[in-house]
Design a protein around this ligand. Structure first.
Ligand code: AR6
Length: 173
């Protein structure tokens, strides 16, 4: 189980995996942060495709092609905006991971890279988000044999340290 998960520091747009996950918003029309970076590298065809999808509710995920990205697919997940913790933020964030991994299996993606959904513009506390991401991934992989590798791409040294520590806690229990 543990060997199917990797934590790295890097830029998700450069990952040579079958699918990368985008931290999108409900419009799926692009934005800042990792969403902006993915659209810039993928090229305008990505927006053309996500426009046709027509949006996505919080906690769910939709699939598009990756166009000029090294990844063949982009799984657009919509994380919750952090509002203090009493608005189902934890459950909605967990759903993003479960639904993204489910979508990966459906499109035949064996290697999947995630950013830290909701922890930028949406202000979800990083350690809490890392624990949810890793617990939900562990739960999913326990019931799945198809996915070979899930990579968590951290965008700062601080995020990397938090993810690595939480990974040890979650995956050794
Ligand atoms: N690779 C990996 N991680 C990244 C990258 C990158 N290239 N760029 C940023 N991050 P955010 P959210 C990290 O704000 O909080 C957008 O405008 C970043 O350090 O991208 O889910 C959307 O359109 C942070 O830890 O996403 C939505 O409107 C994490 O990615 C809204 O922001 C997520 O930060 C979504 O907000």
């Amino acid at each position: 189980m543990k060997e199917r998960v990797e934590i790295i520091n890097g830029d998700i747009t450069r990952q040579e995996v079958d699918a990368i996950v985008n931290a999108a918003n409900r419009s799926l029309l692009g934005g800042g942060g990792v969403d902006g970076a993915i659209h810039r590298v993928a090229g305008p065809e990505l927006l053309e495709e996500t426009r046709k999808i027509g949006g996505c509710p919080t906690g769910e995920a939709r699939v598009s092609r990756g166009y000029r990205l090294p990844a063949r697919w982009v799984i657009h997940a919509v994380g919750p905006v952090w509002k203090g913790g009493n608005y189902s933020e934890d459950r909605l964030l967990a759903s993003c991971y479960a639904n993204s991994l489910k979508a990966a299996v459906e499109i035949g993606a064996k290697t999947v890279a995630f950013p830290s959904i909701s922890t930028g513009a949406y202000r979800f506390p990083l350690e809490r988000a890392a624990r949810i991401a890793l617990e939900e991934t562990k739960r999913f992989l326990e019931g799945d044999t198809f996915i070979r590798k899930v990579i968590f791409v951290c965008f700062s040294q601080k995020a990397l340290e938090i993810y690595k520590r939480v990974f040890e806690e979650v995956f050794s229990s």
